[in-house]
Design a protein around this ligand. Structure first.
Ligand SMILES: Nc1ncnc2c1ncn2[C@@H]1O[C@H](COP(=O)(O)OP(=O)(O)OP(=O)(O)O)[C@@H](O)[C@H]1O
Length: 373
């Protein structure tokens, strides 16, 4: 199994100090100036699906790549397992330049790269056991050795009693467990996940996330997953890269990305799960300009130690203003408390600026959203 290297965790590092995901641990996957351009066709222009990406995944990490449909996530994953060749730059997996391998070497390299899929991709004519055994048969593993590998994998994914069931007799979560066991059969160094929980209900999603975290911890298996769901990133990833238009627009530890998102797209993704997105009823009331009698609406993201400080009471006493809480939520991200509050306050623009400066001087992120009458 993989060498037991320490897992890169630790205190949040400011984004400015963390331009890459390579803090701690040997790089097992790296993208070095990688672009993938699909040539023009009769009916469509050329597409830059991946555009000049630099990305480093440390061994033992769980990295989530999030982006909207068409952002380039699938192409990124297909460049890692050699299903696509880079138009420019280099993709390295465990020291191998994937784009430079011939067919035979690529087949060999793919045994170190497990993959799980949204729709499981199981063979319907094979039992759970035989689906898990398939990559071993392809790799030429002697028949007598196969049960000794497959049986412990069935145990690990909690399906010992389902070994002779066919996919049609299994639930979605059970099928994904077979998919995970099959991906682990050749003892990969990295596991790629393509929207592996997108077809599952929330409870089953949670159990698959727990299984992936357990496998990561027990085997020190590096996991890179692509998703469009920030809730999955929040629960599963140590580190996050946000993709848009083929580029990585932001990356950092999960806590960093949640507590101080920089890019508008990242803010929207984060807002989906932290309550930071402005609710529709409030959006329709927001006014752009100050006028006497209007209240300023501010959004405050409380992070780390500040999350449980009575910040608003302090400001009320210090400045003699009243806050009206309009929307809020407290979450735990990477085991840190993390809160979002949208509040209105009656104050002249000059006093508003002082309040915002005061709030910002702690580690909170404060945004002035507009005014309400
Ligand atoms: N083989 C191909 N030929 C031409 N264009 C392609 C090809 N594969 C992907 N693209 C284009 O590249 C862009 C990125 O696609 P990709 O599938 O990587 O995005 P994605 O983020 O995975 O989207 P989704 O979440 O919908 O799967 C899209 O504009 C897509 O149409």
């Amino acid at each position: 199994m993989n060498a037991p290297l320490s897992k890169p965790v630790g205190a949040p590092v400011p984004i400015a100090d963390q331009p890459d995901l390579d803090q701690g641990g040997r790089a097992i996957i790296s993208f070095d100036g990688v672009s993938k351009i699909f040539p023009p066709r009769k009916d469509s222009a050329e597409v830059k699906a991946v555009d000049d990406i630099d990305l480093t995944v440390p061994e033992g990490a769980i990295v989530g790549v999030i982006g909207k449909s068409g952002a380039g996530k699938s192409t990124l994953i297909r460049l890692i397992n050699g299903l696509e060749q880079p138009s420019k730059g280099k993709v390295t997996v465990d020291g191998l330049d994937i784009g430079a391998l011939d067919e035979r070497a690529l087949r060999q390299a793919r045994r170190s790269i497990g993959m799980i899929f949204q729709h499981f991709n199981l063979l319907s004519s094979r039992t759970a056991f035989d689906n898990i055994a398939l990559p071993l048969e392809i790799a030429g593993t002697p028949r007598k050795d196969i049960p000794g590998i497959v049986t412990p994998l069935l145990d690990m994914v909690g399906l010992a009693d389902k070994r002779d069931r066919y996919p049609a007799e299994l639930s979605g979560g059970q099928k994904q467990r077979v998919g995970i066991a099959r991906a682990l059969a050749t003892k990969p160094k990295v596991l790629l996940s393509d929207e592996a929980t997108s077809a599952l209900d929330p409870e089953t999603t949670a159990s698959i996330i727990a299984l992936l975290k357990q496998i990561n911890a027990e085997l020190n298996l590096t996991i890179l997953f692509i998703t469009h769901e920030m809730s999955v990133v929040k629960k599963l990833a140590d580190r996050v890269a946000v993709m848009e238009g083929g580029r990585i627009i932001e990356q950092g530890t999960t806590y960093e990305i949640f507590s101080k998102p920089q890019h508008a797209t990242t803010k929207r993704f984060v807002g989906e799960v932290t309550g930071g997105n402005v609710p529709e009823w409030l959006q329709s009331k927001l006014l752009a300009d100050y006028a006497p009698g209007r209240q300023a609406v501010i959004r405050i993201a409380f992070t780390g130690a500040d999350a449980d400080e009575p910040v608003l009471s302090r400001l009320t006493r210090a400045y003699g203003v009243d806050f009206n809480i309009m929307h809020g939520q407290i979450e735990y991200v990477a085991d840190h408390p993390f809160g979002t509050l949208i509040a209105s306050v009656t104050a002249e623009p000059e006093l508003q600026a002082k309040l915002i400066a005061d709030l910002t001087s702690t580690r909170n992120t404060v945004e002035h959203l507009g005014y309400v009458a």
